[in-house]
Design a protein around this ligand. Structure first.
Ligand code: DX5
Ligand code: ZN
Length: 219
């Protein structure tokens, strides 16, 4: 089984030292940096906006995987592209038109991801698969770190993978929420390509060993 990519979520880092914490997980072998953007409307929490993304951009060469949990993603694509996002993933449940938002992301030379919450069926992403770099299947209700992994989301991962295979598409599948040494093998078996991990990576005694384990959970 091929190696999983690990994207530590900055949500669990020390907010007074985001840049240094990002450097630390890069040195420990992280593949991408996952940046959770929340607006207090789409989810009941507020985090960061484009200025912080731009401020931490020089601290690492790793791809920035920006997860927008905001009501109107289309209005902010340019700002996050300017801030240095490499991948922008937005929610299918948000208020912007999905096709227009994907088109805007791609017009800025950024890779497009579509995210679905736990109650949203996998078929929601099917009309857009041709234009997507990634689908993010949430394995917790978005809004907060430190919640329990929903293993019952794995059939959605399998369904989306099968649909991509049937159509000859190579769309990456990411999961986000509750990833740990215990749950990463479940995600790997379902065929996930990228695991986001906040708590498990940033609270680890040995961050490098934890990232290495999450990259190879079936070995
Ligand atoms: C939740 C965020 C996640 C979260 C993951 O809304 O999208 O990225 O920070 O954190 P853990 O790994 O602690 O569940
Ligand atoms: Zn996230």
């Amino acid at each position: 089984m091929s190696k999983l990519k690990v994207a530590p979520s900055f949500l669990s880092c020390n907010f007074a030292e985001i840049g240094e914490d990002i450097k630390r997980v890069e040195a420990a072998g992280a593949d991408w940096i996952h940046l959770d953007v929340m607006d207090g409307h789409f989810v009941p929490n507020i985090t960061i906006g484009p200025p912080i993304v731009a401020a931490v951009r020089p601290y690492t060469r790793l791809p920035f995987d920006v997860h927008l949990m905001i009501d109107h993603p289309l209005d902010y694509i340019d700002a996050f592209a300017d801030a240095g996002a490499d991948i922008i993933a937005f929610h299918a449940e948000a208020k912007s038109d999905i096709a227009d938002t994907i088109a805007r992301i791609k017009a800025r030379g950024v890779k497009a991801g579509l995210v679905i919450k736990p109650k949203t069926p996998p078929e929601t992403v099917y009309p857009y698969l041709d234009d997507l770099y990634m689908v993010l299947v949430m394995t917790v209700e978005p809004g907060f770190g430190g919640q329990a992994f929903m293993a019952d989301m794995m059939p959605k991962v399998t369904a989306i993978k099968q649909e991509c295979q049937r159509r000859g598409l190579n769309v990456l599948i990411e999961v986000d929420g509750g990833i740990s040494e215990k749950t990463a093998p479940i995600a790997a078996k379902a065929g996930v390509d990228i695991c986001v991990s906040g708590t498990c990576v940033f609270k680890a005694q040995d961050i490098a060993a934890t990232i290495h384990y999450l990259q190879n959970p079936l070995e």
